[in-house]
Ligand binder design. Sequence first.
Ligand code: SF4
Ligand code: SF4
Length: 320
Amino acid sequence: MTSGVLTHIQRFSVHDGPGIRTTVFLKGCQMRCAWCHNPETYHEQPELQVFPDRCIGCGACVESCRHDAHQIADGRHLFHRERCVACGRCAQTCYARSLVLVGQTKTAEEVLQEVLADSEFYQSSGGGATISGGEPLVQPDFTRDILRLCKDEGIHTALDTNLAWPWARVTPILHTVDLFLVDVKIFDDQEHRRWTGVSNEQVLENLRRLDQQGKPVIVRTPLVAGLNDRIDQIAAIADFLSTLANVIEYELLPYHPLGSGKYESLGLKPPPAEFKAPSAEHLQQLACVARNEGLTVRIAGSKPSEQAADNKYESRIPVS
Ligand code: SF4
Ligand code: SF4
C-alpha cells in the first residue's frame, strides 16, 4: 500500500463537487499560479511554517532543534530556514503555535478510514471524496490508490487536477474517477505560461481526451481583475468548452485576497496587493458570454438568486 504527503483532510466540504464531501489535500504542485491560495502545497515534502506574531519568546524551539535553526537574540525569535530539515520537533514544543509543520505522511488505507467516517452523509447528500491539492498527480500512485480504495467502497470520487500532464499519467486513474474538476486558467498559452509557469497545451489536449472517454468534467477559471478577466479571453475558453460534450458546468472563481501571512510563514513573497476580484457586474458579463456558448455557468460565492435561472448545478452532476 502506498503512502503520500498531504496537508490536511477537510470533512463536510461543499465546494469540491456535489453533495457533502471529504476533501483530501495532497502536497506538491508543478504550477506556480501568481494568485495561489495554497502556497503550503507547492512542495511535496513537509515544511515548517513560522508565524512570528504568535511567538512568546519562550525559547523552547532553540532547545529542541538539532540543526540550530532557531535563535533568540535580543528577546526576538530568529529562524534560519536554510538549516531546517522539517523534522517537526520544534513544532511539538511550541505551545504558542508559532511553529507549525505542514505536511503529514499517511497511507492510502489511513486516508480511506478518514473518508469512510462520513459515509452516511455521502449517501444522503449525493457527495463523496475529492482528491485535491496542490496537484494530486504529483503523487500519482498515492492518488491512484486512494481513488481505487474509495471506489471499492462504492464512494463517489472527484479529482481536482490541473491536468497539465502527459496523458500516460492520467490513464491509470481514469476508471477510478467519477468526476474531474479542472481549471482552464487562461486560454492564451503565452499568458498561461507567464502567470502559472506552465503551458496549457496538455490541459486542453487532455480535456479533449476526457471528452472522448465520456468522463464528466467541471471546468473552473480563477479570475483576477485585469489579469485574466477580459471578455475575449473568457469567450475563447467558452468557445473551446462548447466543443466538448462532457463539460457539465463552467465555474467562475473570483479571486479572494489571502493576506500575506500564509506566504510569509513559508518565507515566500505574497501576491501583489493590487490583485483584486472582478466586480460583480463584470462577473455577470463574463458568465453571460459563457452561457451564450451553451454552457451551464456558476459564479462561485454568488447567492442562488444571483445565478442564472438555467443553472441546475445539482441536477447535472452524475452520481455513481
Ligand atoms: S523542523 Fe526540525 S530541523 Fe526544522 S527548525 Fe524545527 S526542529 Fe529544527
Ligand atoms: S517555541 Fe514557539 S513561542 Fe517559543 S520561542 Fe520558539 S517560536 Fe517562539
